[in-house]
Design a protein around this ligand. Sequence first.
Ligand code: ARG
Length: 506
Amino acid sequence: GGLVWRGCSASCDAEDGTAGTLTDGNANPGDKLEGTDAAPDDPVHLKRRVGLFSGVALIVGTMIGSGIFVSPSGLLERTGSVGISFIIWMSCGLLSLLGALAYAELGTMNTSSGAEYAYFMDAFGGPPAFLFSWVSTLVLKPSQMAIICLSFAKYAVEPFVSECEPPEGLVKLVAVICIVMILAVNCYSVNLATNVQNIFTAAKLVAIAIIVCGGAYKLILGNTRHLQEPNFASSTATLGNIATAFYTGLWAYDGWNNLNYVTEEIKNPSKNLPMSIIIGIPLVTLCYALVNVSYLAVMSVSEMTDSEAVAVTFGNRLLGPMAWLMPLAVTISTFGSANGTLFVAGRLCFAASREGHLLDILSYVHVRRFTPAPGLIFHSLIATAMVLYGTIGSLIDFFSFTAWIFYGGAMLALIVMRRTKPHAPRPYKVPIIIPYIVLLVSAYLVVAPIIDLPQWEYLYAAAFILGGLVVYVPFVKWGYSLPFMDKITVLLQMVLEVVPTSTTFE
Ligand code: ARG
């Protein structure tokens, strides 16, 4: 008894925010969802507990994940040149920084935790906002989950096949097992999920530190051979090729906008939000630069592009009897990221279905565990399908293409609102040239690959987005529901033991 669900919904609404705080060691948003310390009279306001330090930690924690352990090979392959790939790594960092600064204006102007959803609503109205919540729950979050779990699987399998190509079926099987394990953790208890997150976040910093120190050691010994051939001339880069190389690099930086999902929880946001961004993103960029240099201090370009799991090869070359440390650290790191991603996805799905954007059942919560089980299961199913039918590379293209349509949209929202709401309070105002630059780059990133090399992934993504419109008009705008849906909902409720959260258990 005594569980007041309104308190719960306030914290669930934080979407990415709840998981954002997840990465930040000391906060425990889970408590709220479990209904233990929900304040019944204060359903909307979350505690402001994210200061500058936790803000930076949160950015670094979400951005560093699987990408830096899988992207360097792909990027090198796509550009064919050490010099160009390095320039792209750095440009991705810069682009993320500029994008995040523009997001800081949006986030301090509208502090709603819905982030993009709220900005699109303000700037363009209902349909684009719906499309965002539709695409992020159906495409963006599950594909993130699939990519991270596939990276986990590569690293989990690699030590056992000792630098041969691991069988694809095995990698996919392990990735699906990873999804199931994470689903179990998240359905079992919110506290368990947050604990997993906090413990596992440390692992990625350890992995980065090992790589950077190992590389520095090799460089001091004078092993700079592979770094001295920037190979600009041998580059295979076409305009479209460069855009997809950016996709690969930008995947490693994705998550740069995550503070916007917790603006309500940031202390003194007009100062701390831009400061966390200005410190956090260059920090990640620096880490990635050092890791790339380290890889090349130990491996040649062809060794890197041939390697299935570049950090394992790195460990094998450098760590001798301790080589097992590398795949272990990376698997723990990616497992943690996947866990955080599903946690967020569950909340996002929960919030979207409560707005009437998805099936009602997806906003229900387990009767005893208080976890949003239907949403979690739904996401895991989509992610599993993506794992089975996709590869890391194709999923990264699919994800980045879709994500950058919406990042570009957010820039457009900022520019539009400068005109339509000139007097709205803007505690932090970004130089207007910045959103224009990011908008231009995102247009290039979305269009160039299609022109250069049309792939099915882009068509699927476009179909999903347009499909959203087809659903929007009858089911959201006119409020129709399918006739047999009630029966299915009741059946699923009994099987999964879930209830709508508007219920008050008192
Ligand atoms: N950059 C992360 C990685 O390299 C992926 C982050 C996924 N995005 C997010 N918003 N959690 O694995």
